[in-house]
Ligand binder design. Sequence first.
Ligand code: GLY
Length: 354
Amino acid sequence: MRTVHVNASTAYDVLIGEGLIDRSGELTAKVINPCKCMLVTDDTVEELYGDRVQISFSYAGFEVVRFAFPAGEASKNLDTLTELLNAMGEAKLSRSDLVVALGGGVVGDLAGFAAAIYCRGIRFVQLPTTLLAAVDSSVGGKTAVDMPFGKNMVGAFHQPSLVVTDTDVLRDLPPEQLSNGAAEAIKCGVLNDPALFALLEGGGWRDAIDEVVERCVAYKRDVVAGDEFDTGNRAFLNLGHTFGHAIEVCSGLGMLHGQAVGIGLWMAAATANCPDALILRLAGALRANGLPTRCAYPAAKLAEAALSDKKRSGGTVTLVLPEAIGRCVLKKVPVAELPARFERALATQEALGL
Ligand code: GLY
């Protein structure tokens, strides 16, 4: 088992290894005295792992109450949050009790936000079951629900007390879900870790998934330790996201987050005047991981969609621009520059045949 220790306002461990889902209760009991816990999941994950996690927590002495909601981003809203808070109230959870988030990013964000506001904040544990959640959203304490005016627009910073990632669960994911998470892992390689990028760029790293998750979490740990509340260098984690967010919006959210962010990675490089060889290397890494490279939307539509991104601040947006694999810079640009940047990226797409 690998351990990454996160030193945020709440210090906690991220445990990564095979077979941990059946030990999740025992591992949690090492940091939280057995109490009542609300096991929150979606209906897909509940069927696969709900009973195993419940048994593990019950065996470790926790009193388990369950709440499951329909899988998918459409559930990440105030209605589901209210239902969950009511269920927590009906179960008489107290301030010393626990929320356990079993699932991907939607479950983690929603359950984490409920934990952040119930009784002004109770503890929660993340059991990520997607690669995307394991390498990104389960670590760092961002919790939220979506609103009609934007994704993740209402939320709170609330660090988990423990993250337990079972890499057998990740290895069993459908290929599309592994690809979705791979985009965020490739992002970490481009930001800071050339060895990670080299491991990922050929594809075929499934047997090294423990190392991939550990390297991504270790990088995120360093970023979060320096800027927990996202007022400075945490913006680096948005590499590919301004462009990717625009693509996601244009796709009517029909595209997976990782697919859009992947395209956003080479687009960021294209607008940073990176050499063609670097852009082609990024695109090759995406293809090797089953991710698309082509952006099918016109620049004006993309630029308009990019404006709905909450990362925008007044008239400027902070872009993360690659300089080399493992090195990026932050650059504040006027939003008026976005159409030209999208034009440039789309011209590069045609020139390089992406
Ligand atoms: N997913 C980006 C962040 O945690 O800041």
